[in-house]
Design a binder for this molecule. Sequence first.
Ligand code: XMP
Length: 526
Amino acid sequence: MHDKIIVLDFGSQYTQLIARRVREAGVYSEIRPCTVGAEEIDALGPSGLILSGGPCSVYDEEGPALDPALLDLERPDGAPVPLLGICYGLQAMAHQFGGAVERADRREFGRAQLQLPPAGAEKSRLFDDVPSGSTVWMSHSDHLTDLPDGYEVIARTDNAPVAAVRDTDAPSYGVQFHPEVVHTDYGRQILENFAHEICGCSGDWTPASFVEEQTAAIRKRVGDRHVILGLSGGVDSSVAAALLQRALGEQLHCIFVNNGLLRKGEWAQVQETFRGHFEMDLRTADATDRFLERLDGVTDPEEKRTIVGNTFVEVFEEQTEAIAADLGHRPTYLAQGTLYPDLIESVSFKGPSVTIKTHHNVGGLPEELDFDLIEPFRELFKDEVREIGRLLDVPDQIVGRHPFPGPGLAIRILGRITRERLSLLREADAIFIEELRANDLYDEVWQAFAVLLPVQAVGVMGDERTYENVCALRAVTSVDGMTADWAHLPHDFLGHVSNRIVNEVPGINRMVYDVSSKPPATIEWE
Ligand code: XMP
């Protein structure tokens, strides 16, 4: 097994980035909530432990407590497990070891220049290849005013006399700034130094080794039992299917439901890929009629989501029953392509992270279904999953695809959903996507799609007055979908797409482009 560094989450919005940077340094990293005890972390056999930042103060009654035993973990050879506290993580460590943390007169937020090393201290290994004067990103209101015994300052900034510390007797370090964010110039180097120099990790972890390890782990866990997986045609479930197929072959059964809300050509393409190319046991259910009947007349976005979600579960259950009838028993496991950001946005299950959004039903299935879950990507980001997909030979068309919401086109037709409106939207959307690809713009944006508005507008075509639908184009740039900017697509391009849609899709006579960012708007219109 590879070296592993565990990140303890104290609720920082950047926790996921820490794990991500460590993996980029070639060391496997997983996140655990700060509420887990030392025993559970010890069982993971970490080579190092990073304590994340967080929104609380160490003096908050409600603030997350740190199991003191976590600071005394040992590696199998008896050496202490190295620690790196970041911002709140540093304060929690220092508080535990007898230092003093106080509220700063004013919050420090933004860029600062690192001064290395301060007079009298040697430059620390944490800052190997990090130049003095380089920029670091600060974001805190508490700070360290008194160091625990045995600690020394290894970096400062103009505003922070204690920007980084180390324990002179043990491999424990702390930084007040955020090395994980891109605004810290040498942040990557600092985390790499911690992982390689201080924790002694070899840096040989790659996505390919992840595939090997997961394949072996899944085989071991599943044995001769069977697994079902709901395929949506999106990146996450597709790559999960490919990985599970590699590990389990015929013990994997995929279910693909047509909810009548898919994009143009999607129903056929997914079947071709997974039944044709991967030769999987793919069960398909075309439940278009059932979905559309239940959505008839529904205009409220949340109601649409609930109907699509519940109906999906119903159809999925039926397909599972059919698989159980064929096998003579119910499959034991449910595999899902859940990613770490899905989880963090859905529930604050990992430590006290503030719940940002609840409308994303993770994987779309409720817990009552009573399966054991296999979620191989729950620690990963989408682009890491994409890389794994490429390794597993999942076609580029699927691996590089923009995110698509579970309720599909239902939340891109504002107001009532009808077959005619679905067909209009599909055609318009397909032209937009086709043109983005043809102009090498598809990969430049996080998500792009057409939205059908519930208004009609007057137009003129030839000598005829028209009174038809208005369609909006939406394209955004984003890193994680949590914040987004409207994509500044070239005007000529937008003009061309708009022309094509109005000319080729009878029923649409006017196009608009959405120039709202998130916040205050959201990416989807509903
Ligand atoms: P919003 O519109 O909230 O979208 O800015 C952020 C990201 O989430 C996707 N999204 C959903 N995904 N079920 C999903 O599976 C949903 O109900 C849902 N609503 C939004 C959206 O496409 C974007 O990528």
